[in-house]
Design a protein around this ligand. Structure first.
Ligand code: BES
Ligand code: MN
Ligand code: ZN
Length: 488
């Protein structure tokens, strides 16, 4: 999709469609009013006849015998809330995509936003229109010959809007990549596949190099915890390191660590069968690190950023771990595996130790579909945020508010740590029935002492579950890209 910025007024636009916003109360925004006047109060008439009431995201597409189609989009009340503005943009993008129109103009300069500036609004435009183009047909034998497209969007604004539009567009491309990796079937998207994807990203930028640890290397490094998971599968586990160094030489990098369980059966502590296919999404943390990397490459952000992925398949087999097994992690901690379904923390702990020792990070954030308990607590609205470092919590919350990819901070207190006590090893890999999201975070905290570390539990937010809506969400790429962009 081509994004163009022009100062030519919307009524002179020669393309296929005009996107015009209609509020539920009060004056029409300038762009809509201009067209309304040219059409002898046509839009006013539509409002009076209740054809368009202006409710947020209400959509009315009107073809004209001569001239561009009108795509009327409800805006609700002004000043418009951030989330409503995004809803309206998504409605506009989807109407444009599904209509016969392939090109459109939009002018939002006269819309009053509640607490967000026009720079934010342009980022949202880039994100919404690029984002609408996501489509997963990798595994269909017949591709759609005429897929709905948006060829170009002309934004009426001054030239400074261009950078923000591009930011939103890059973010949406990162999200689409994350979604695609998540939606891929688990017999294709294996740990080796994720490693190949990382290598492909490295060919896109001179600033990016990858380093992939295989199981032999992990054996050498003493990663007994990671290997206790990967050994249950014939798919070899990988730790994938992506080093993007476009910042000042020698500056400590910001590190993201993604959980990449490419399928989680639960292992010997086998999960129930219903809906188990959705455990292909247990690599969405990893996919979000890859998607964030893609966006950062597109934006050529001048930072040092390392993405690390702990990729393995959690399977029951003759080689799999059993409840009661005790393994030794890379940092020397012994772990009693009381439930083989708590495998995410087992692969992440060694990846965290490795990342900390190798990169001495300025900050380190892990992203994981870690616990059903987090989903029970926060539903599908917020990702869970755990950290003892208040500054880092603040930075992540701020990035989540601007991106509207929201998080909610949950406790990570000393008092919960004893729930991980084991009779036979240093710690157990589960903490019992209470505070499951927190005990998982406590487990990881044993491997990140003294670090500027946070943990994001995306179990509820990484994908839409069940039925027609089933599919990866691309979260928390918006949060992560904003978080990293704020570093410059
Ligand atoms: N990948 C799951 C968590 C999960 C479950 C995410 C459902 C999204 C939807 C994780 O590996 C897991 O199985 N966690 C267990 C931990 C328990 C055994 C302590 C869980 O949450 O039940
Ligand atoms: Mn599990
Ligand atoms: Zn899992």
């Amino acid at each position: 999709m081509q994004l163009t910025v022009t100062q030519t007024p919307i009524n002179e636009y020669q393309g296929d469609a005009l996107i015009l916003f209609v509020p539920s109360e009060g004056e029409l925004p300038a762009a809509t009013a201009t067209i309304n006047n040219e059409l002898d109060d046509f839009i006013n008439q539509l409002q009076q006849n209740d054809d368009i009431k202006g409710k947020v995201a209400q959509t009315l597409v009107i073809p004209q015998a001569k001239g561009p189609r009108l795509i009327l989009i409800g805006l609700g009340q002004q000043p418009v809330k951030g989330k409503d503005f995004i809803k309206a943009l998504n409605a506009a993008a989807s109407a444009l995509k599904t209509s016969a129109a392939n090109t459109a103009a939009i002018d939002i300069r006269d819309i009053e936003l509640d607490g967000f500036d026009t720079e934010w609004a342009y980022k949202q435009i880039g994100q919404a229109f690029q984002g609408a183009l996501y489509h997963f047909d990798e595994c269909k034998s017949k591709k759609d010959e005429n897929p709905n497209t948006i060829e170009s969007l002309t934004v009426i604004a001054d030239n400074t809007a261009e950078l923000d539009l591009k930011f939103g567009q890059a973010l949406a491309k990162g999200m689409a990549y994350t979604k695609k990796l998540g939606d891929m079937p688990p017999n294709v998207a294996t740990p080796s596949y994720l490693a190949d994807e990382a290598d492909k990203l490295a060919t896109m930028s001179d600033n990016l190099a990858t380093k992939i640890l295989d199981e032999d290397k992990m054996e050498e490094l003493g990663m007994g915890s990671f290997l206790s998971v990967s050994k249950g599968s014939i798919e070899p586990g990988k730790i994938i390191c992506m080093e993007y160094l476009a910042g000042k030489a020698g500056d400590a990098p910001h590190v993201l660590v993604g959980k990449g369980i490419t399928f989680d059966t639960g292992g010997i502590s086998l999960k129930p069968g219903a809906g188990m296919d959705e455990m292909k999404y247990d690599m969405c943390g990893a996919a979000s690190v890859l998607g964030t990397m893609l966006a950062i490459i597109e934006l050529e952000l001048p930072i040092n950023f390392v993405g690390v992925i702990a990729a393995a398949e959690n399977m029951p087999s003759g080689h799999a771990s059993k409840p009661g097994d005790i393994v030794t992690a890379m940092n020397g901690t012994t772990i009693e595996i009381l439930n083989t379904d708590a495998e995410g923390r087992l692969v992440l702990c060694d990846a965290l130790t490795y990342a900390i020792e190798t990169y001495e990070p300025a900050s380190i954030v892990d992203i994981a579909t870690l616990t059903g308990a987090c989903m029970a607590a926060l539903g599908r609205v917020n990702s869970g945020l755990f950290t003892e470092v208040d500054d880092l919590a603040q930075e992540l919350i701020e990035a989540s508010n601007t991106s509207r990819d929201t998080v909610w901070r949950l406790p990570l207190q000393e008092e919960y740590q004893e729930l991980l006590d084991s009779n036979f090893a240093d710690i157990a890999n589960i903490g019992g029935p209470l505070a499951g999201a927190t005990t998982a975070a406590c487990f990881l905290s044993r491997f990140t002492e003294g670090q500027k570390w946070a943990h994001l539990d995306i179990a509820g937010t990484a994908w839409h579950s069940g039925g027609k809506a089933k599919g990866a969400s691309g979260r928390p790429v918006p949060l992560l890209v904003n978080y990293l962009a704020n570093k410059i």
